[in-house]
Design a protein around this ligand. Structure first.
Ligand code: SAM
Length: 287
C-alpha cells in the first residue's frame, strides 16, 4: 500500500487513478462544496447509489458527467471494475444519496478494496447528519459514539441498548421516522426518562426541528404526532461518578432485560460479567 502521497499541494483538478469520496448535501442542496462540484464535473465517471438522486444535484449545478450505479446490491460486481478503471488511470468520484459515503451508506467496502490495491483515496468532505446533529445538540462532543441504525434483532438490540445506557459518551443514532416512537420507548426503559436527548428532524431543510430536553419530554412531544422526515438522535452519556451505581438492583434489571429479549440466563450473565469486569457467577446468582 502506498501511503506516501503528498497531499498538501494537490491540484484542484482530479488526478489519475484516484477514488474521490465526495460528500453531498443531507437536504439543503446549497450545502454542496465548490470542490465537490469541481470534482464531480471533472472526474472520468461518477459512481452513485441512485442515479436519479444524483442527477438532481448534477442538474442543479449544471454538471454533466457519466454516472454508473454503485449500491449494496451490486457492489461486489462493481468494485473490481472500478479498481481496474483506477489502475488504467481514470479518476472516479463516489457519492451516496445524501451525506458522506461510507457513513451508513455504501463506501466502506470499496475504500477497503481500493486501499488494499495500493491505490489512493481522497475525501471531499461534506455534510454528515451525525455531526450536524451532534454539534447543534449542545451535548458533549469531545468524545462520542456513532451507532448508526441499531440492529433489528431483539437480542442484538438489547445488548447495544444496555451498552448505550451505561456509556459515558454521547451516543448518536440514526432512526427511521416510523420506528422513532419504539426506539424512544426502549431508550426510556434502558436509560430512564431523565436522560438528556435531542431528536433532530429534517436537518438543513425547511422544517428543521430540534426536540429535547430529556427522554420523557421527547416521548410526550411525539406521542400524538405522526412522525415524518429524517431523524437523528443524540443522547447524553452518564456521569459515572454520580449516576452509575453498579448495585445488585441495577445489574438485575440488565439481566432481566437481556433475558426478556431472548438470551439464556447463562449467556446474559456471561455477557454482563465481561462488560462490567465481574465474575459470571456474581451475575448468575442474582437471578
Ligand atoms: N451518509 C449519510 C450521512 O453522512 O449522514 C447517512 C445516510 S443514512 C442511509 C440515512 C439516515 O441518516 C437517515 O435515516 C437519518 O437517520 C439520517 N439523516 C440523513 N439526513 C438527515 C437529515 N436531513 N436530518 C436528520 N437525519 C438525517
Amino acid at each position: 500500500m502506498n501511503n506516501n502521497f503528498s497531499l498538501s499541494h494537490r491540484k484542484e483538478e482530479p488526478e489519475k487513478g484516484i477514488l474521490y469520496i465526495v460528500g453531498t448535501p443531507i437536504g439543503n442542496l446549497n450545502d454542496i462544496s465548490l470542490r465537490a462540484i469541481n470534482i464531480l464535473k471533472n472526474v472520468s465517471l461518477v459512481a452513485c447509489e441512485d442515479t436519479r438522486q444524483t442527477k438532481k444535484i448534477m442538474n442543479k449545478f449544471n454538471i454533466s458527467n457519466k454516472l454508473i450505479s454503485f449500491n449494496k446490491h451490486n457492489s461486489s460486481i462493481k468494485i473490481p471494475n472500478i479498481i481496474s478503471d483506477l489502475k488504467e488511470g481514470k479518476s472516479i468520484a463516489l457519492v451516496s444519496d445524501a451525506g458522506v459515503p461510507g457513513i451508513c451508506d455504501p463506501g466502506e467496502d470499496i475504500a477497503k478494496s481500493v486501499r488494499s490495491e495500493g491505490l489512493d483515496i481522497i475525501c471531499i468532505p461534506g455534510a454528515c447528519a451525525a455531526v450536524t446533529a451532534l454539534v447543534s445538540s449542545g451535548l458533549p462532543s469531545s468524545s462520542f459514539v456513532f451507532e448508526g441504525f441499531l440492529p433489528r434483532k431483539e437480542i442484538d438490540r438489547a445488548k447495544i441498548l444496555v451498552e448505550i445506557s451505561k456509556s459515558e459518551k454521547t451516543t448518536i443514532i440514526y432512526e427511521s421516522p416510523k420506528r422513532l416512537k419504539k426506539l424512544l420507548k426502549e431508550l426510556f426503559k434502558y436509560c430512564g426518562g431523565d436522560r438528556e436527548i435531542m431528536v433532530a428532524r429534517e436537518l438543513t431543510k425547511k422544517f428543521e426541528e430540534h426536540v429535547g430536553n430529556n427522554i420523557n419530554e421527547v416521548i410526550d412531544f411525539f406521542n400524538s404526532k405522526d412522525v415524518i422526515g429524517e431523524i437523528t438522535i443524540v443522547l447524553k452519556g452518564i456521569n459515572k461518578q454520580r449516576d452509575l451505581n453498579f448495585d445488585k438492583f441495577d445489574m438485575k434489571k440488565d439481566l432481566n432485560d437481556l433475558m426478556n429479549a431472548g438470551l439464556s440466563l447463562s449467556a446474559a450473565s456471561k455477557y454482563l460479567a465481561k462488560k462490567n469486569g465481574l465474575k459470571k457467577s456474581e451475575i448468575y446468582n442474582l437471578n
